[in-house]
Design a protein around this ligand. Structure first.
Ligand code: COA
Length: 164
């Protein structure tokens, strides 16, 4: 698995992930993803296999001076449970550390068990709940994780195109 910065050339493959990952009413548009990929205050990473056009996964962070927000992470259904998500989160956090970020925040639906499990494995803990944030009965958990100074490096994936 290769992890690298996304470019606008990845947008069609990112949209494939988006359509496979979310029900239609929750899907981001290509224009939204273009803003992520091209935004100076964003960090967007993709996971790929060499020589393959399709992506394994994508993650995007909104990067502030001290904190970052994990805005979205999605892994192709056929690649789930193979630690692609974990690689994206942890590699993103390693990179954020080099940009001076010490805390990462996110919101997640209270019933998204795979995502909550992924985030918990990556060091996130729940700060509080926002009732009805995603609609009636659909609460959000607000989670945060420190960007540890001693975060162990990821074994495995090569890092390409990771310049700040
Ligand atoms: C959430 C998501 C990104 C997880 O990606 P993934 O690559 O399957 O996650 P990983 O394989 O890295 O799993 C990390 C940990 O989460 C847990 N986990 C993953 N999928 C799980 C599931 N379906 N049920 C329970 N736990 C799960 C595992 O315990 C795993 O730990 P392990 O490596 O010790 O076994 C993926 O399920 C997805 O794309 N979902 C749809 C989009 C979405 O909801 N994104 C989050 C909101 S933006």
């Amino acid at each position: 698995m290769i992890l690298r910065r996304a470019t606008a050339l990845d947008l069609p493959a990112i949209m494939q992930l988006e359509r496979a990952g979310f029900p239609q009413r929750e899907q981001w548009s290509e224009a939204s993803w273009r803003s992520e990929v091209e935004g100076a205050d964003r960090l967007v990473l993709v996971a790929t296999e060499p020589e393959e056009a399709a992506l394994l996964g994508v993650i995007t962070f909104l990067v502030g001076p001290d904190t970052a927000d994990l805005m979205r992470v999605v892994v192709a259904p056929a690649s789930r449970g193979r630690r692609v998500g974990r690689g994206l989160v942890r590699t993103g956090m390693l990179h954020l550390r080099t940009r001076g970020v010490d805390t990462v925040l996110l919101e997640v639906r209270h019933d998204n068990d795979p995502a909550i499990a992924l985030y918990t494995h990556c060091g996130f803990a729940t700060l509080h709940t926002r009732p009805g944030y995603y609609g009636p009965g659909a609460d959000a958990l607000v989670m945060s994780a420190p960007v540890e100074a001693d975060l162990p490096p990821l074994a495995g994936p090569a890092l390409k195109g990771m310049n700040a």
